[in-house]
Design a protein around this ligand. Sequence first.
Ligand SMILES: Cc1ncc(COP(=O)(O)O)c(C=O)c1O
Length: 388
Amino acid sequence: MATIEIVKRAATRPTWAEVSLQNLRHNFSVVQRHVGPQNTICAVVKADGYGHGATGCARALEEEGARWLGVTSLDEAIPLRDADIQARILLMTGFWRGEEDEIVRLGLTPTIWDAGQVEQLEKAAARLGLRHAVHLKIDTGMGRLGVDAEDLPQVCAALKDSPHLIVEGLSTHLASSEILDAPSVADQLKRFEDVRRELRNQGIEPPLVHVSNTGAVISRPEALYTMVRPGIALYGYFLPFERAGREVSGSKLKLPIKPVLTWKTRILSLRDMRANQPLGYGGTYLTKAPARIAVLPVGYADGLNRALASRGRVIVREYYAPIVGRISMDLTLVDVTGLPGVSVGDEVILLGKTDGLSVDAQEHAELANTVVYEILCGISKRVPRRYN
Ligand SMILES: Cc1ncc(COP(=O)(O)O)c(C=O)c1O
């Protein structure tokens, strides 16, 4: 029988993302300087490194000194171990029944919040004859993952009955770290302190205490403890801070971080259109005058948000060019009327900057009424990531 050899060919469709590992490393060191050398950074690389590619990012972060990486689950941790990443890995959303042996064997650190998880991990660690570290998560008011104060005694009892487990970490997550006047933050920190005291009374005093995501790293020096869990800052962004419902900025609310991802494509076709020509699905955009329209080989299947239709812009040859008409699955139209020298094959910046012009993921997020996280994570697998 004939055998078919499958050769993995490099992508030739010219829509790609450039990931600057240099900027990623810079951002890590900025955060490390900000939190101080004694504080441990758990660099969050979940969701494929917020769309930047987890393995490449994890390797660069490890080289830059990251001793901890945060992922959501075992599925995200395995490729990192397969790539020989040695850093400790925190499983931020715990584990599923049946995963515990592999977690212990791979030396992964699960977040836990109930007695059942403790029992399952204790059995796995005993079976493998190992002692295994866990991080206990407290729900201090976000209403998501974590042990409630009233269930704490039961979890503590299970932990005390588990000679193969070490409670190495204690954590919680803030619901509104970027809202500077949110009373919930002080409430959550107070509840966290109450739980810490209670645990101390029970003889449980984990060395790694962590609360802060990016927003808290930047704005809440009181919440840094011994470890922080920044994600979005490593990729060069943070959510706008707010006070009294209004956006605020200030020298203390910034870090000199740089966006890591640049998203590019090339002009696929150039069309000269007459006035009053409807463009794209639904004909939602009508040319007002004769127009030169560039067709770009990128669409919502690549993660270009449909909310950018006739509102977003790209950079072509050091000029902004507006997106016109609806974004299709694979194609987007931009108006390049009057831009000198535009040709088929020209590079187009979807996200990134050049010569004082910039379109960043925050701009896309505002137009799409979402957060920068969703824009970055939304750049699909179809877009190859190139590392530089
Ligand atoms: C538990 C937890 N910690 C830390 C982070 C990182 O947050 P950020 O990207 O805002 O720094 C996240 C992200 O969603 C998270 O869920």
